[in-house]
Write a protein that binds this ligand. Sequence first.
Ligand code: ADP
Length: 379
Amino acid sequence: MASVKLNNVSKIYSGNKVPAVVDFNLEIKDKEFVVFVGPSGCGKSTTLRMIAGLEEVSGGEIYIDEKFVNDIEPKDRDIAMVFQNYALYPQKNVYENMAFGLRYKVITETKKDRDGNDILDKYGNKVLIKRRYTKAEIDQKVIEAATILEIKEFLERKPKSLSGGQRQRVAIGRAIVRNPKVFLMDEPLSNLDAKLRNQMRSEILLLRNKIKTTFIYVTHDQVEAMTLGDRIVIMKDGYIQQVGTPIEVFDKPANVFVASFIGSPQMNLVDAMLQFEEGQYFLDAFGKKIKLCEKHQMKLKANNEISKEIILGIRPEFFHLKGEKACSLNGKLIISEMMGTEFYLHVEINNTKLTLKIPMMGLSPENLVMIQKVDNILL
Ligand code: ADP
């Protein structure tokens, strides 16, 4: 259990012209689950590896539990890291893979008398001793972790006779037994197939409830980020784009990149004009002049907005077929994708391509006919 603080942390790999991470500032609270997300190459793993001590920082400071750790060896940072490729020892069985790190761990604790009371020196200070875990203690920790992860029956097996999901659990188990202050996970699910990935994602959520510790999780998958994170850090080209709760980054994206990165299918982004005429706001978009609803009128007025070019962001799920709302549009249906409980409709309106996400429930028989037979669609 620990907080993690990064102050202006930067990384330039020698030989690279472009920095991998620039001025990364973040305070992660004790027991918080924070996800770093962004496209490949944006600096997520580098940041995680700097926290772990596996990569030197080029600038800035890192604190774990308020302790400055820039110069502290990875093994002394009290962190555990789970990698994408599991990194298990193939010749050791599950028990040995999980126990291995504990055998050599040196723990410092207060010397106790026979009754379990702390022994004090002549100045009244606790007497500290260094020792290794006993076999019984290691057994207990491994069994505890194996029980949490439901891999107790595999303790004798070698990794090669485990499935991908089971191997990943062993890798997580090996981290749990160390009872780390901070749990670092680098794309731990990306080697698993889609079904197993969904299952393991739920298991990580359960695990998180069982072992109350600080988690930092790296993924390129925005669904993983949205479902796991208390807060999400969205990165691009080495820079933080936004830090917020899943709802914050979804509802109030800080920029166009975040708007299009979070949400599936992607948010539609349309060049439009905001017009302010005689005290009222209108949108000039899709070749139409659309009066904005009262809620938006009030918000724009409060911000003293004037006429200007804007990028209109419309989430695919915010469209309704044959809506009776203020604005209705005619478009051409290009293609429809049946996704099980919903349709993705790719539509062209006045030369602008849009994606719509329409729940099956929202499709009346009349609309269904329209999708199949007619290429004209009314929104
Ligand atoms: P991500 O985890 O977001 O995919 P990385 O942190 O791995 O991104 O990489 C960020 C940038 O740093 C990329 O441009 C990558 O090519 C570069 N990079 C990563 N590791 C090294 C390395 N060991 N040496 C040189 N460049 C590296």
